[in-house]
Design a protein. Structure first.
Length: 297
């Protein structure tokens, strides 16, 4: 898009200076300066070209009234104004790109996600079938998440397609803006807020044994499974996964966290405790009086 905008800008600039050299009337100059705005607004919607048209119109009036017989003055003024317009947008683009790279750097996840100390294969785990099904369902949920794909793709292009990002930066046109990367908004709009949620049931309240004696029928088990999976998917915080190139290069990763207390099918979670299986020799439970959003990783 940048190449097209630059081409239109150069042609427009050359035409305006040719009119100045021919000493055309103010009306002809104004029409030639403003006429391209129809094309700009209807087809391109480029702020850069719009500002250039406005600048050319102002220069036509000023130069024709102050220095009507000096085309070089118009040439220098027009070149300077276009340089300022393009330079301003390019500096703004560079600033946004720098801010995003600082905010979402490539980081290593090796320390936060250590290799398991237990070298059992999945085939040796008793719950291997259920675990395989859960992983498959979660993977499907990730692949179906348009929000994750959008954020992940933006982060990937931010780090790996710097030249294209610069060419397709905002300001040069609207054709590619739905896929624009250099925008401060949009990277965290789907991410869970950081404030913790209170545990639905306090730790000092006794648990009734009567509730444990109630038999669960097939419908209850099905509802519990749905609640369990939806809770896992919410806790994983799929949009917060960011762009994962490999274990040593991850951008935009946000800790696993809940956005709400899991519930559904007449069931409601009363308490959630986080268990660490990898960071310690023995499993460790993290007890908290708040319904912790953030997990260990």
């Amino acid at each position: 898009m940048l190449y097209f905008v630059v081409t239109v800008s150069v042609l427009h600039l050359a035409w305006m200076n040719w009119l100045a050299y021919r000493k055309s009337s103010v009306l002809v100059g104004l029409f030639s300066a403003v006429a391209p705005m129809a094309l700009v607004c209807l087809m391109i919607a480029s702020p850069v070209l719009t500002l250039q048209c406005v600048a050319m119109g102002i220069l036509v009036v000023v130069c024709r009234n102050l220095v009507p017989d000096r085309p070089p003055v118009f040439l220098g003024s027009s070149l300077g104004s276009v340089a300022v317009i393009f330079g301003g947008f390019l500096l703004h683009t560079s600033s946004i790109e720098h801010d995003l790279l600082v905010r979402y750097p490539m980081e290593s996840m090796a320390d936060r996600m250590p290799v398991s100390k237990y070298q059992k294969s999945l085939g040796e785990v008793r719950e291997q079938e259920a675990w395989t099904v859960l992983e498959s369902q979660l993977e499907d949920r990730v692949q179906q998440s348009a929000r994750w794909h959008s954020r992940s793709d933006n982060l990937r292009r931010l780090h790996e397609e710097t030249t294209d990002n610069f060419i397709n930066a905002q300001g040069f046109g609207v054709m590619r803006m739905p896929r624009g990367v250099l925008r401060r908004e949009g990277y965290d709009q789907y991410i869970h807020p950081a404030a913790p949620i209170d545990q639905p049931q306090a730790y000092d309240l006794p648990i009734s044994t009567e509730s444990l004696e109630k038999p669960y029928f097939a419908a209850d088990i099905k509802a519990l499974r749905v609640l369990h999976f939806d809770g896992i998917a919410d806790f994983v915080n799929i949009p917060g996964l960011g762009y994962i190139k490999d274990r040593e290069h991850v951008a935009g990763f946000r800790s696993h966290e809940f956005s709400k207390i899991p519930e559904g099918g007449g069931n409601r979670v009363q308490r959630v405790d986080l268990v660490s299986l990898f960071l310690n020799d023995k499993p460790v439970v993290y007890i908290s009086r708040v319904h912790t959003r953030k997990g260990v990783t």
